[in-house]
Design a binder for this molecule. Structure first.
Ligand SMILES: Nc1nc2c(c(=O)[nH]1)N[C@H]1C(S)=C(S)[C@@H](COP(=O)(O)O)O[C@H]1N2
Ligand SMILES: [Mo]
Length: 445
């Protein structure tokens, strides 16, 4: 029991405080090294600069959040094939992912990864501008402040976690033992919760701080005339500022330049050609095969354990779901009405490519199977393993550009791209464009 029953004077901004004894104990037992972190001399730090970074993130991060959640929905959680499969109360309203525009998934996926990367310099700059506050001691004066600190921890911790797991997933090897999808999904919700609380608490301060200076004037202010923002209640301005070594516009240019630099490193994977070599942050899919099938390969036939015997003349496509199963060999499929569509493959690991695919329409195969209007279709590969199957919605089967492709760019599919046949559907996530298809079950429910 505390021997004291008098309380710290209530903080006018935060309401009733902790017992004074607890407060004094905390103040006395300051962790070593904290002093250095919370001391700051940069004359550039202040509510205006922090709010400029904050505004960019306030516009950009919701786009990253929404496109990330849309990508999750694109995987078809209604079929239990999005990871994590069960998300309890966080289940978003599920809808059938559309097939139009055909570049929809390419766009949502590209924005999520691209913007996520481009905003990293702003995140770092914003963190730098508030570091002294992150390490304030004692960590909180009141229960309201404890809640605020927890939301900050969720915001900063969640965001850094998402950046690190996301960055690792688009590199060659994902090094952690836990599932990327699971970690990135739950990390996202921790971050989102912190983000919503933070924006609610800070929006008014941000708006006020942005009005306190004019961006145009700042952009015209050279180093010689750069002075600290006025001391105020935000605690962001140094009480002991050093002389400026960089103007505020210089700091903005540095961060903006960082964003452009990351954008250049990122864009190459979409622009392709020689710029592909610049896409250092997106090394995946950089070494395609040669010839007409010369575009990125997610997993080679050898890696998937696909043998020449399994894909040779003995291969059959088996269609089920109708009154009786039907089978076709590749010669029979090649003789069917064929259709060509220009469609992208967009991989969650950060690359995409657009090719001309030729094959049999999935809706024609559904009719041949005796299920002309299926509710869904379950596609299986010759391969065993996590990418060995995918469920398609009714709309994805019936779209006139949805194909069981036999050829790409006028040549037969190469073994690595899914010979004898693969699925290609407009706006379908790359991972569900199943290669080395063995069977399709057209389902009525
Ligand atoms: N059977 C099977 N199909 C598969 C895969 C796989 O590993 N096995 N990879 C998927 C993924 S993640 C992507 S992005 C695309 C890539 O197709 P590509 O390797 O022909 O470019 O194929 C998809 N189809
Ligand atoms: Mo993929």
């Amino acid at each position: 029991m505390s021997s004291t029953d008098h309380r710290a004077a209530p903080d006018p901004q935060t309401g009733p405080g902790f017992p004074a004894g607890l407060w004094r104990t905390l103040e006395r037992s300051r962790p070593p090294g904290l002093e250095r972190l919370s001391r700051f001399h940069s004359p550039l730090r202040g509510p205006w600069l922090t709010s400029v970074f904050g505004l960019v993130l306030l516009i950009g991060l919701p786009v990253v959040i929404v496109t990330g959640l849309l990508d999750y929905l694109a995987y078809g959680p209604q079929f239990g094939q999005a990871i994590p499969a069960g998300v309890g109360p966080l289940q978003l309203p599920v809808f059938d992912w559309p097939t139009r525009p055909s570049w929809l998934f390419r766009l949502t996926q590209g924005l999520h990864v691209g913007l996520g990367l481009i905003l990293i310099p702003v995140v770092l700059a914003k963190l730098w501008s508030v570091i002294p506050k992150l390490f304030a001691w004692p960590p909180a004066r009141s229960f309201a402040q404890v809640l605020e600190r927890i939301s900050l921890l969720m915001l900063v911790g969640g965001l850094l976690f998402e950046i690190v797991t996301g960055l690792l997933n688009i590199q060659y090897d994902y090094v952690f033992g836990f599932s990327f999808y699971l970690a990135h999904f739950w990390g996202a919700w921790v971050f989102i919760a912190g983000f919503v609380v933070h924006v609610t608490l800070k929006f008014a301060t941000m708006a006020r701080s942005l009005r306190s200076r004019s961006l145009r004037t700042e952009l015209r202010t050279p180093l010689a005339r750069t002075v600290p923002e006025p001391l105020d209640g935000t605690g962001l301005v140094s009480r002991d500022p050093a002389p400026a070594t960089m103007s505020r516009r210089g700091a903005l240019a540095l961060v903006g330049g960082g964003m452009v630099f990351v954008a250049v490193l990122t864009a190459g994977q979409t622009v392709g050609g020689r710029t592909r070599d610049l896409a250092l942050l997106l090394p995946r899919g950089r070494n395609p095969g040669t010839g007409p099938n010369g575009f990125p390969i997610n997993r080679t036939a050898a890696a998937a354990g696909i043998t020449a015997a399994a894909t040779g003349p003995g291969w059959r496509l088996r269609l089920t779901g109708g009154p009786q199963a039907v089978q076709f060999d590749r010669v029979a499929l090649s003789a069917m009405a064929r259709h060509t569509a220009t469609l992208p493959i967009a991989c969650v690991e950060g690359w995409s490519t657009t090719q001309n695919w030729t094959g049999v329409r999935l809706r024609d195969l559904a009719a041949l199977a005796g299920v002309p209007a299926p509710a869904s279709a379950f596609v299986r590969s010759l391969e065993q393993g996590p990418f060995a199957q995918a469920t398609l919605t009714s709309g994805q089967v019936l779209d006139p550009d949805s194909l069981l492709a036999l050829q790409v760019d006028g040549a037969d599919l190469s073994p690595d791209h899914g010979y004898p046949a693969r699925v290609i559907v407009p706006a379908l996530p790359g991972v569900h464009c199943t290669k080395w298809v063995r069977s399709i079950d057209f389902r009525s429910a």
